[in-house]
Design a protein around this ligand. Structure first.
Ligand code: FAD
Ligand code: MLT
Ligand code: ZN
Length: 483
């Protein structure tokens, strides 16, 4: 992991003393304090192994009351705190920078209720996304968010980052589906809207402030979310096309012809699939290679009808030469297999040493241009090549085309400052010049803390700072990050 150059520990924060440990021991169960160096590594280091802090203490409370006591104490003592969910965040936001206390929500993992008439689901923050979804599945519902990290990320963590994921196209953003939150503010005050119903226009919609606030305004301890009925049937098609233009054409056609059953539209370039092949070591779904691939998922209530529609769509796309090749999964195993070629890309991009990730929103016509531009820049800088001499293996592109969200990933053999220098602020300038967003769904965290101005205006940043000042005047929550 990289160390943190150009940042200094802020001396306004106190350092942990034995009396602090004694206090935490007095309010928490014994196994809720982690102090062993080896055990702390998981909480100190991020998923990409790019960021590593030096926290000496992780706290794992079980109740909202305990979270409140911890924060009240930390606030009075000026002890900095990093809220942490499943630690799958991709911008260095979930780990400490120096010696901040890690406040892990992992032990707050109780499902509170599911109203099987309305689909309103309430749970603690630390419930793992897949666990929540399994519970919903047993009752005919689906969590309105799905992503590759579902086996580890927490539902509260996804709300704190406002994660987008693979089905945003169908279910919309968490800003729409989250109905209420239970939050502990920096001073320990508990503020809850968890019993809110579907419609509520009484004053400001305060919960929205915390959705996507990345642990800087409060700690989310519980949430209520509206879950749609689980589709009875899923179909997945995997297509090969000859250009990015064709990806866009296929998208327009899919929207028009698959309409209400379309639930995901993802694209992948050839380079990221090359990395996925090395990682997955299984037979590729298509026989021939293509510059771009598309994964389409449909889901609905009538399997036969859906499949008929998907087959007709594929046939017509093939006849009109929009697509060159395509397969449809014939059973559950094949369906999972096809999804793997998409969901395993993040892993495939980083296993050779590391990855620089850029998660951006762009107008669809400009979306892939960024990958070309980055590849050219890295090649010209002499950083990209086939041998060990070059830090960069490749610059690849994939993402949620349906949402205008590109993931530019630069897979590296090792983390090297020269690579970062070549890409930053180059990528952010490029995105800003197209009026895009430098963070579509992963947030700003530590990685993009200095670049918020490429997407947000000065008056907007000023308002964010005022809110931070108001709700966390001692700035104990997730310091050194984006605000
Ligand atoms: P963490 O990583 O622990 O934390 C993320 C941020 O939220 C941190 O700033 C942390 O301080 C804060 N936080 C966490 N919990 C709380 C809380 N209870 N209260 C207050 N603040 C809190 N993201 C997408 O948007 N779409 C994807 O498709 C997607 N796919 C992914 C695939 C993989 C393989 C991986 C590793 C990540 C992926 N992500 C994706 C990144 C995404 O941000 C996370 O998976 C998820 O949103 C973070 O959840 P988490 O519980 O791990 O949070
Ligand atoms: C994805 O879409 O796979 C995720 O956002 C993770 C990533 O960008 O690597
Ligand atoms: Zn994504």
């Amino acid at each position: 992991a990289e160390s943190y150059p150009n940042v200094k520990r802020d001396e306004r924060y106190a350092t942990l003393e034995q009396s602090d440990i004694d206090y935490f021991k007095s309010i928490l169960p014994e196994n809720a304090l982690i102090q062993d160096q080896d055990d702390l590594l998981f909480y100190n280091e991020d998923w990409m192994r790019k960021y590593r802090g030096q926290s000496k203490l992780t706290l794992k409370p079980k109740t909202t009351e305990q979270v409140s006591q911890i924060l009240k104490y930390a606030n009075e003592r000026n002890l900095a705190v990093v809220p942490q969910g499943g630690n799958t965040g991709l911008v260095g936001g979930s780990v400490p920078v120096f010696d901040e206390i890690v406040l892990s929500l992992a032990n707050m993992n109780k499902i509170r209720s599911l109203d099987t008439t309305s689909g309103i689901f309430k749970a603690d923050s630390g419930v793992v996304l897949e666990v929540a979804d399994q519970h919903l599945a047993e009752n005919g519902y689906i969590f309105p968010l799905d992503l590759g990290a579902k086996g580890s990320c927490h539902i509260g963590g996804t709300v704190a980052t406002n994660a987008g994921g693979l089905r945003l196209l169908r279910y919309g953003s968490l800003h729409g589906s989250v109905l209420g939150l239970e939050v502990v503010l920096a001073n320990g005050k508990i503020v809850s809207s968890i019993d809110a119903l579907r419609k509520d226009n009484t004053g400001y919609d305060l919960k929205q402030l915390f959705i996507g606030s990345e642990g800087t305004l409060g700690v989310i301890t519980g949430l209520s979310i509206l879950c749609p009925p689980r589709p009875k049937n899923f179909n997945v098609a995997f297509l090969g096309v000859e250009s990015y233009e064709a990806v866009m054409k296929t998208f327009v056609k899919a929207k028009s012809e698959l309409g209400e059953i379309l639930s995901a539209f993802e694209f992948m370039d050839e380079s990221c699939q090359e990395l996925a092949k090395k990682h997955l070591k299984t037979a590729y779904p298509l026989e021939e290679q293509h510059p771009f691939y598309i994964l389409i998922e449909t889901s609905g209530s009538n399997g036969e009808h859906d499949l008929e529609k998907l087959e007709a769509f594929l046939e017509s796309a093939f006849e009109n030469e929009v697509i060159q090749d395509g397969v449809i999964a014939q059973d559950e195993t094949q369906l999972k297999g096809l999804w793997n070629w998409r969901e395993q890309i993040p892993e495939a991009c980083q296993i050779n040493g590391g990855v620089y990730k850029y998660d951006v929103s762009l107008p669809l016509s400009d979306l892939y241009g960024l990958v070309d531009a980055a590849r050219e820049r890295l090649t010209q800088a002499g950083l990209l090549g086939d041998t060990e001499d070059f830090p960069v293996i490749d610059a690849v592109g994939y993402g949620h085309v349906g949402d205008g969200n590109l993931h530019l990933n630069v897979a590296v053999r090792r983390y090297e400052k020269s690579v970062e220098k070549a890409l930053e602020p180059f990528v952010y300038e490029w995105v800003s010049s197209k009026k895009g967003s430098i963070s579509a769904e992963h947030g700003l965290g530590f990685q993009k803390k200095n670049y918020i101005g490429y997407t947000k205006s000065q008056p907007e940043i000023e308002m964010m700072k005022q809110l931070k000042q108001l709700y966390d005047p001692n700035a104990i929550l997730n310091p050194y990050k984006y605000i």
